[in-house]
Ligand binder design. Structure first.
Ligand SMILES: [Zn+2]
Length: 280
């Protein structure tokens, strides 16, 4: 009896389906394993000792954060650059701050992000720029952090360490770069991340008005709760406003209540619940 060409033809399809089911099963098994395996005791000690907001969260929020951290560490790859040996504690601190932004958000953990590159200190970013007359030039800038929409975040460790040591000064490079990651998940970073709870109309109105106000205050050198780097463009405004929202929530709420409300709806949390009051 001859083999049926129809059945042989189905073999590649069966193989593809089999591999797909196997990968799916493996992912589910891995996710379950992550959920049931507690974070090691020394990691919890590091969170308690080095991440100021962790200890201030209520127990349920701490548990949610630990689960997200475990998933983050399992899914993303860290690379030490320029000779930096990246330790477990360094990875944990970066993961904890990144996961604070998505503490109450559903879904995957920064699905577009694959790697975090960490330099010991300020790094030089070289860019090819095209001028209006068509000539190309290479510019270089010193940076503390950078977020790419190709799945990379780059950080300077000394800036990360400074940011986590003082979680009330409104400056935090990890919060900043991961806010860019959230923003660019809409396609490109433009100050409008995908919104599920906010009305787009209110978001656009409030964010635009606050951005324009910051630009004016920056030009006139007036004091402002949000760092004037946020006046660079709408994407930087969202990232810098995020730093202020998490690190100086009481003052942001007092000075810019509508902006605070939009960010609170977006992040689905209110950092005033755990943040100590800032100095007046
Ligand atoms: Zn930025």
């Amino acid at each position: 009896m001859e083999n049926s060409p129809g059945l042989i033809g189905l073999l590649p399809i069966a193989l593809v389906i089999g591999v797909y089911l196997l990968v799916r099963f493996y992912r589910r098994w891995k996710e379950k394993k992550i959920l049931v395996t507690p974070l090691p005791r020394d990691m919890i000690r590091c969170l308690e000792g080095s991440v100021p907001f962790y200890i201030a969260l209520d127990l349920e929020a701490q548990e949610r954060l630990r689960v997200k951290i475990k998933r983050f560490l399992a899914e993303k790859t860290f690379y030490g650059c320029a000779g930096l040996v990246i330790t477990d504690d360094m990875q944990l601190i970066i993961a904890a701050e990144a996961c604070l932004l998505i503490l109450n958000q559903e879904g995957q953990i920064y699905p577009g992000l694959t790697s975090i590159l960490v330099y010991p200190s300020t790094f030089v970013a070289k860019r090819e720029e095209l001028s209006e007359d068509g000539t190309r030039s290479v510019s270089s800038r010193d940076l503390l952090g950078e977020s790419w929409d190709t799945g990379k975040v780059v950080l300077a460790w000394d800036a990360v360490a400074k940011g986590v040591a003082d979680f009330a000064d409104g400056n935090n490079v990890v919060l900043h770069e991961f806010a860019h990651q959230l923003d660019s998940s809409s396609g490109r970073a433009n100050g409008a991340p995908p919104l599920s709870n906010n009305s787009y109309k209110n978001w656009a109105r409030v964010l635009s008005a606050n951005y324009e106000d910051l630009r004016l205050r920056s030009q006139r050198a007036l004091p402002t709760v949000i760092d004037t780097y946020g006046a660079t463009n709408p994407a930087e405004f969202f990232a810098v406003a995020t730093e202020t929202f998490f690190e100086r929530p009481h003052e942001l709420h007092h000075r810019r209540p509508e902006l605070f409300e939009q960010l609170s709806i977006y992040y689905r949390l209110d950092p005033r619940d755990w943040a100590p009051r800032e100095d007046p």
